[in-house]
Ligand binder design. Structure first.
Ligand code: ADP
Ligand code: MG
Length: 493
């Protein structure tokens, strides 16, 4: 079966002169509105370069978009409940903890903090559920090809730490609106859904700050040693500074937190003689961000403190791939969402997810993947892109670790096959004009949830982002240079 295809929102290809002209304008628009990143090759804090972006918005069925938006609050609540279910986390992660040192270190901090007594029962979740349309369909091929080039969307993963693109999501809509206006298609902009992700996410930080309620306290962003995706962090700071000039934001690496913070006798996290109210992690999700024991000690100190964390360490654990897989097992969703229709709605968004534990079902999963590796993605307990295995690599890895305990640290997931669309990707240093290529998209829906184990104070859906990559690329991280910024163009099919 050939891969399904959407028609682009305007007729393509564009005429050469018009294409070159609009790209030149769009690049300047990008630089002047923060559609940018720092250059990895020639790093300097004095300049940003354009972030890769797709020239025109990518089609996405309106009904599927609305379904994703509507489900977000349920997913927020699900994550919140999972994060607070100690038994479920322990049971789900136990095998992976034996072989995955990084997850085990996180888990150890969680256990330590719990045993000491939790100083701050409230957590701030700023989540992003990533989804792709699935073009393979259980209906007959003709039906689908004729009526819709998609079937429904499936969840790729849910992120509970450093969920990026709160700024780059909304600004992608703005740059593509500008491009459509320049090309004479201003009337199409009405099909691009409003996106207030930046203010929505920042409202979570502000609300947590107010809940903390200590006058003169500060917010702390935990950042990487070098932030390439700087626009997507600074705009959060600018937004908060404008809305709430009283909230001062610090940016610190884990190493700086180790050196510069302390806990006082009330377990308040102190920085520059100020109490830290909210800690927002934009780093701390991968092993390389903890190069020494100091970074782990810093993480433990923050977790021990009264600061409201985004995420708390149990939220980070709830966002692991292993938990996602365990939630797809029979009965798991019902444990958190009850036996009614809501569990069914969430189950519908899962594609095949399989454990590789050493038991019957793990063995079956290995057999299944070896028989048809192209159908699957093999995922370790990692975030941040570039860690998964695809196609022939799935087979090779499984053959290698079939009899080793290491395999329990992975999950097996059915590969989603999204519909294609033709488009132009504008890249820094790339050819002008770029070639017309086949692209596929991944939509992320943002959610904010604030609460403790027994009380949810706020729960809302706050916006979206769309990332698009070449159809034949396995992964599409924008910061990693593979994907490109995009925004949805809603279709009424
Ligand atoms: P990470 O935590 O590293 O972001 P993801 O699970 O999001 O891990 O996978 C990274 C990327 O790999 C996704 O953004 C998507 O492009 C691709 N991918 C992951 N899972 C699937 C899948 N089941 N089907 C198709 N593509 C996938
Ligand atoms: Mg991801």
């Amino acid at each position: 079966m050939s891969q399904a295809r959407f028609t682009s929102c305007i007729p393509l290809p564009l005429e050469h002169k018009s294409l070159v002209g609009v790209i030149e304008k769009a690049k300047d628009w990008a630089l002047m509105h923060g559609v940018g990143m720092r250059d990895r090759k020639n790093f300097t804090k004095d300049a940003i370069q354009i972030a890769p972006f797709v020239l025109l918005p990518s089609p996405f069925p309106r009904t599927e978009f609305n379904k994703a938006v509507e489900l977000q609050q349920v997913l927020n609540e699900l994550m919140h409940k999972v994060a607070h279910d100690d038994d479920f986390l322990e049971h789900t992660l136990q095998n992976a903890l034996q072989v995955d040192e990084f997850t085990a270190n996180l888990y150890e901090i969680w256990v330590k903090v719990r045993n000491e007594g939790i100083a701050q029962p409230v957590s701030l979740g700023m989540l992003r559920s990533d989804i792709m349309l699935e073009s393979r369909c259980p209906h007959t091929e003709n039906q689908c090809a004729k009526h819709t080039p998609y079937c429904s969307w499936k969840q790729v993963e849910i992120n509970s730490i450093a969920s990026g693109f709160g700024h780059l999501g909304p600004v992608s809509r703005e740059i593509q609106s500008y491009i459509l206006r320049q090309l004479g298609y201003a009337d199409l902009i009405k099909n691009m859904p409003e996106n207030k992700a930046l203010s929505g996410l920042c409202s979570g930080i502000i609300e947590a700050y107010d809940l903390f309620g200590v006058t003169g306290s500060v917010a702390l962003f935990v950042v990487e040693e070098v932030s390439y995706n700087i626009c997507d962090q600074r705009f959060h700071e600018f937004e908060i500074s404008e809305t709430r000039p009283d909230i001062i934001i610090y940016r610190k690496t884990l190493n700086e937190i180790f050196e510069e913070t302390s806990l006082n006798d009330k377990k308040q996290l102190m920085l520059d003689d100020k109490v830290v109210a909210v800690v927002y992690y934009r780093s701390g999700y991968e092993p390389a961000q903890y190069p020494t024991q100091k970074e782990w000690d810093a993480r433990l100190r923050v977790e021990r403190s009264t600061a409201i964390k985004c995420p708390s360490i149990h939220y980070q654990l709830a966002g692991t791939k292993k938990v996602q897989q365990a939630l797809a097992a029979p009965g798991a969703l019902e444990r958190f969402l009850g036996a009614g229709a809501i569990s069914g709605r969430v189950r519908d968004i899962f594609t095949g997810l399989y454990s590789l534990d050493f038991d019957d079902s793990g063995e079956k999963a290995v057999e299944m993947a070896l028989a048809d590796a192209e159908r699957f993605v093999l995922k370790p307990q990692r975030e941040g892109g570039g860690n998964n295995l695809y196609g022939a690599d799935v087979r090779e890895a499984l053959l290698k670790m079939r009899h080793s305990r290491e395999r329990a640290a992975y999950i097996l997931m059915e590969r989603i096959l999204p519909p294609l669309v033709s488009g132009y990707v504008v890249r820094p240093g790339g050819p002008v004009p770029p070639p017309l290529t086949d692209l596929v998209s991944e939509l992320g829906i943002f959610g904010v949830i604030i609460g403790s184990k027994n009380k949810i104070y706020s729960n809302r859906q706050v916006g979206h982002m769309l990332r698009t990559k070449l159809a034949d690329a396995d992964e599409g991280g924008v910061a990693a240079g593979l994907g490109a910024l995009d925004s949805p163009y809603l279709l009424d099919l």
